[in-house]
Write a protein that binds this ligand. Sequence first.
Ligand SMILES: NC(=O)c1ccc[n+]([C@@H]2O[C@H](COP(=O)([O-])OP(=O)(O)OC[C@H]3O[C@@H](n4cnc5c(N)ncnc54)[C@H](OP(=O)(O)O)[C@@H]3O)[C@@H](O)[C@H]2O)c1
Length: 378
Amino acid sequence: MPGDARSMRAGADVGLRARCGPAWGFCENVASTIKIKEPQLKRYEIHLQPGQSSMQCREFVPGELGEHQVAVAIKAVSFNYRDLLASDNTYFVPIAPGRVPCSDGAGEVVAVGSGVSAFKPGDRVATTFFPDWKSGPADAASLSRALGAEIDGALTERFVADQSELIGIPDTLSFAEAATLPCAGVTAWNALHEAGSLKPGQTVLLLGTGGVSIAGLQFAKAAGARVIITSSSDAKLERARQLGADHGINYRRHVDWEQEVMRITEGRGADVILEVGGPGTLERSLRCVRVGGRIAYIGVLTGMAAQANPVMLIPKVASIHGIFVGSRAMFAAMLDAIRCHGIKPVIDREYAFDEVPAAIECMRSATHFGKLVARVGH
Ligand SMILES: NC(=O)c1ccc[n+]([C@@H]2O[C@H](COP(=O)([O-])OP(=O)(O)OC[C@H]3O[C@@H](n4cnc5c(N)ncnc54)[C@H](OP(=O)(O)O)[C@@H]3O)[C@@H](O)[C@H]2O)c1
């Protein structure tokens, strides 16, 4: 509640717990009185500026907590391809100037409003991509607000959200590992287990070794599936094999990689395909999906133009299902599987908070394997 003793208003409880230090501002003696300065919290904002990164680090003062709100000291944020698109302002949602980017954060609760029952200070939580998509099928309302696009995201030292918009994270995961999950993890989970109805023994095809595909690899193997993965790089394929991939195809060497998929599956095709490419890859996915198989249409790595002919779906009796991340309930189911199977998300590189523009450029170069993460508030 605004004004409540548990309010996170800057410096409100400094006297009680002597929270004097970099994270909470500092105290200084001035003519025998103690003056308490506001904490110097930082966040990134998107400001398009020619010739330099649009990811600008700015100081800010957080507002008061609402009755049902939770304040989180974000410890780690992971990057998704959409964050690169947002920073270039080529995401399909226009990004308002000053928008705080990124959907995927994890951290520690530092204050709660008077009506909060789900969390207490010290709890470890992650953000949810669509705060209004709790469970069940999506509708327009549940997709109307996404972090880092229509509303401010997680690339901030202090994130405030309604208690229903956060989710507790397992103790087995570091903050950095948990921060990889809200977008890429939930997307892969949704594609395999909701849209894909994956069964043990079925064959999953993954394209490339980015965040969605590597999460998909881990979840598919945990579900007892056979995994075929493509990559531009033999070294990345070897890393994928070490994570359990059964077959790797270098799509640079095998331009017609769908023929390799058909060969490996002895002419049957893949049961579930996580299609993260788009033009140029979707046509090939249509050729190597099995009769009755499912293509989860996820990504735009090769662009947004449509080229594939959907008539190919008829003789395949196959389906293409659009995926837009997933609900909080899917996130919870995925966390259960992560706990049960001891899955550890794959982080390629961790960056300091002031290195965010470098992380975005690494994503542009597509040299990573799995996820890129920034540490926050260290
Ligand atoms: N619909 C949704 O809800 C949703 C959610 C998350 C992501 N996405 C989209 O899904 C796509 C993947 O996201 P991400 O976060 O996993 O991206 P990412 O981590 O940036 O993935 C990049 C990797 O994809 C591979 N790649 C690049 N171009 C490729 C191509 N032409 N064919 C096959 N692989 C290619 C490369 O791996 P190799 O070097 O190994 O080839 C690259 O390292 C993006 O378009 C993103 O916007 C959509």
